[in-house]
Design a protein around this ligand. Structure first.
Ligand code: ATP
Length: 324
């Protein structure tokens, strides 16, 4: 039976470009004569019926807007069979045939369970960590990299003037993609990531000494959240070099701002693809880009896939920061 109405939600941490994905899903759905409902605050909205109508005009001007107009939230209740049953009942009551959820791996686990309960589901990957294995690219990553690089460029100016060492903590509890990309982009002297063990002397101190021997007197060290504590790194640098490093935690600023063209276009393409998937009657799918082409994967398989930090990317970062 052809589907008539779909719901959209954003879940987990927000990422720039989520709004562009919402707009794309709404416009693609109306193009195919589907009605669209917006579910607010992640899976909470499905459980408690916090749902709004989304018209074509309600998503006008959204491609360039950061954040998510549907709000996002964690929803622990959705991890339980009772929560899933409530969400399924809401879908039945509101005539929702399919759900598109924009978020990360946790969000896709929720979609998998909802699909089991009989609702068609498709996920769209969005996280500034870019750590979703079934896709080479997740919405928000490029914007976050540009935001962080812009901030570090500014920091560098003042670090250079005062001949200081700057420790910059970027987001990434379990993932160093952002740290490595940004580190390469700003020419960091050292980059610490959670996926690779490091030797403080060799990977931080030696690089500072080498840079100093080449006549430089300011240093930028990038630490991903999950790679260690910026305060500890600063204390060790002080102990060994006598410098007083300044710590900058970029924090949530990395999740905000107008999405870059790459994120707007990727979000628009992925959103349209998700609608096509549901129209075909497929379920338990997640959209991804592999080798440049847009595809969709079974969520079980997608969650099993492994994709760590690319060796060649890490190696490039290490070589370029070596400075000898
Ligand atoms: P981020 O990359 O920002 O962490 P995410 O989508 O992985 O994004 P999570 O907080 O892990 O974020 O998950 C978002 C929501 O998905 C949870 O709050 C919960 O509602 C739902 N969810 C997560 N894991 C499961 C699960 N195993 N079963 C059902 N629902 C889940």
């Amino acid at each position: 039976m052809p589907i008539k109405r779909i719901g959209i939600l954003t879940s987990g941490g927000d990422a720039p470009g989520m709004n562009a994905a919402i707009r794309s899903i709404v416009r693609s759905a109306y193009y195919n004569n589907l009605e669209v409902l917006g579910i607010r605050r992640g899976y909470n909205g499905l459980i408690n019926g916090d749902i709004i109508q989304l018209s074509q005009s309600s998503v006008g001007g959204l491609t360039g807007r950061g954040g998510t107009i549907l709000y996002t939230a964690r929803c622990p209740e959705f991890n339980s069979p009772e929560g899933i049953a409530k969400a399924r009942d809401t879908c039945k009551y509101r005539g929702i045939d399919g759900i598109v959820a924009i978020g990360g791996d946790g969000t896709f686990r929720g979609l998998r369970d909802l699909s089991h309960a009989g609702v068609l589901t498709c996920g769209v990957p969005a996280t500034i960590d870019n750590d979703i294995a079934c896709t080479n690219y997740s919405i928000g990553f490029d914007t976050a990299c540009n935001t962080a690089a812009d901030a570090i460029d500014k920091l560098r100016d003042t670090m250079q003037s005062h001949e200081r060492c700057s420790i910059v903590e970027v987001m990434g509890h379990r993932s160093g993609h952002l740290a490595v990309y940004v580190g390469i982009a700003v020419g960091a002297n050292a980059i610490l990531v959670p996926e690779r063990p490091y030797d403080f002397r060799q990977d931080v101190l030696e690089k500072i000494y080498c840079t100093r021997n080449r006549g430089h007197s300011h240093f930028i060290i990038i630490v991903a959240e999950g790679a260690g504590n910026a305060i500890d790194v600063a204390a060790q640098i002080k102990e060994h070099t006598g410098m007083e490093p300044r710590i900058t935690v970029l924090g949530h600023i990395q999740r905000g701002g107008a999405p870059t063209v790459r994120d707007r276009v990727t979000a628009s393409r992925m959103g349209k693809h998700a609608v096509d998937v549901l129209i075909e009657g497929k379920t338990n799918r997640v959209v991804g880009i592999l080798d440049g082409s847009l595809q969709d994967f079974d969520i079980y398989e997608a969650l099993e896939m492994k994709r760590g930090l690319q060796d060649s990317m890490y190696e490039t970062a290490v070589i370029l920061s070596r400075s000898v």
